[in-house]
Write a protein that binds this ligand. Structure first.
Ligand code: FMN
Length: 400
């Protein structure tokens, strides 16, 4: 279990987004108990939260006449995070003032751990000194405030007050939870996406990698408790809540690896790094009118083989995209040539799998002799399986 969250939902128009936040938290392995304000039930039904979380979703302190009525105190001791989505102006002011006149605000007073709010309201309410002061007071007491952001508001205006994107709220919530899971406290560095090698000022040589597998690995490792850092190539969409640095060329990535790999316990090198780059880069824009063009290319140094490593750390996982026919033999050869600890082999010539597609199949081989095969599936569940498969070796390697 990734963590225990109490999701508070108050009565704003963005309340329906709290359902998506709940789903994101459940998917990441959290247990979520929901408490809604009476006003929130005008927008969303408690049953939706109860069914999706398979846990209680309450509105009132008094609904069960046989209950001793102190559940909020127990819950307050056990949960890691109180996350209020959306946080209305009203609940922000009440929480800041210590008012406890319904189930959610009473719970908020009993809660002992982290508090996070995602405010959403129109710009004039957000700019009210009373609300600004309440937000400042909550922050000063350690609450994390996610958003709001600038955008189209429910009343048709454009301004600041829109609920932060769901991914951002989920990412921030997961980052605020204590690290739990098989990779708790393990520092994982992941590379993802293509490189771009310049031909002239505007043109590049690149490849078809989307970075989706690397991003899926980053999220899977994070959900299993790891402290993740992502090195992402051009066009890779940034997952929120994961620290990320961008690279463009193989040389950029080499420099980032030189800096970050020694800090990591494991590196998953999923980026599709160029094998060749132009020998020289033309200044300006090459002109077609000058006629045909021959590009001279030189090999790019092998980044995996040159990975900075001290006493067997980091545990190095490489990826081998190879022909299906001799997939495993080639992957095993690559693993030993690059002194990697594990290789994830996947075919390049099976339709609908691999680069540019949402699905992949893989065989994992490790230096210690593990072999596991994964059938074709979406990259996200595959990433989780891959991380779970190697978690044991990664943790053991770290302790050596
Ligand atoms: C249609 C409608 C939409 C509303 N949207 C918001 C909102 O986005 N943010 C907000 O702070 N208040 C909003 N309100 C006002 C709150 O519902 C009202 O202040 C209420 O007392 C909040 O109660 P609660 O904080 O206990 O849920 C809205 C009211 C209505 C009728």
């Amino acid at each position: 279990m990734r963590g225990r969250v109490v999701l508070g939902v108050s009565g704003g128009i963005a309340a329906f987004r709290a359902v998506e936040v709940l789903r994101g938290l459940i998917k990441a392995g959290c247990r979520v108990h929901t408490i809604l304000t009476e006003n929130a039930t005008h927008f969303v039904a408690p049953r939706t939260f109860a069914v999706l979380s398979n846990e209680g979703a309450e509105v009132s302190l008094w609904s069960d006449p046989t209950s001793p009525g102190v559940d909020h105190v127990t819950l307050g001791r056990e949960s890691d995070l109180l996350l209020v989505v959306p946080a209305t102006a009203n609940i922000i002011a009440k929480m800041a003032a210590g008012i406890a006149d319904d189930a959610l605000t009473t719970y908020a007073l009993a809660h002992r751990r982290r508090v996070m709010i995602a405010p959403a309201m129109n710009t004039s309410m957000w700019r009210q000194p009373a609300i600004e002061q309440a937000v400042a007071a909550l922050k000063q007491r350690g609450a994390i405030v996610v958003g709001p952001v600038f955008g189209f508001l429910a009343e048709g205006e454009i301004g600041e007050g829109k609920l932060a994107p769901v991914d951002e709220i989920v990412g921030a919530a997961l980052a605020a939870l204590p690290l739990r899971g098989p990779l708790a406290g393990v520092r994982v560095l992941i590379t993802a996406g293509p490189t771009r090698e310049p031909i002239d000022t505007v043109r590049v040589i690149t490849n078809r990698s989307s970075g989706r597998m690397g991003v899926a690995l980053a999220l899977a490792a994070r959900d299993l408790g790891a402290e993740v850092r992502l090195l992402a190539g051009p066009g890779v969409s940034a997952p929120s809540g994961v620290p990320m640095e961008r690279f463009e060329t193989a040389a950029d990535l080499g420099r980032l690896l030189g800096r970050r790999a020694p800090e990591a316990d494991a590196v998953w090198h999923a980026a599709a790094v160029a094998d060749f780059r132009p020998t020289s880069v033309a200044a300006g824009k090459l002109d077609r009118r000058q006629g045909g063009l021959q590009l001279a290319l030189q090999p790019v140094p092998d980044l995996a083989a040159a990975m900075p490593r001290v006493q067997g750390r980091p545990y190095l996982v490489i990826f081998a995209a190879e022909r299906a026919t001799d997939l495993e033999a080639r992957a095993a050869k690559k693993m030993s040539e690059k002194a990697a600890d594990a290789v994830v082999a996947n075919p390049i010539d099976e339709p609908g799998l691999g680069m540019e597609s949402a699905r992949n199949r893989a065989v994992v081989l490790t230096r210690l002799g593990v072999r596991r095969e994964f059938v074709a599936q979406d990259k996200e569940p595959l990433a989780r399986e891959l991380v779970l498969t190697l978690a044991g070796e990664i943790v053991a390697n770290r302790r050596r």
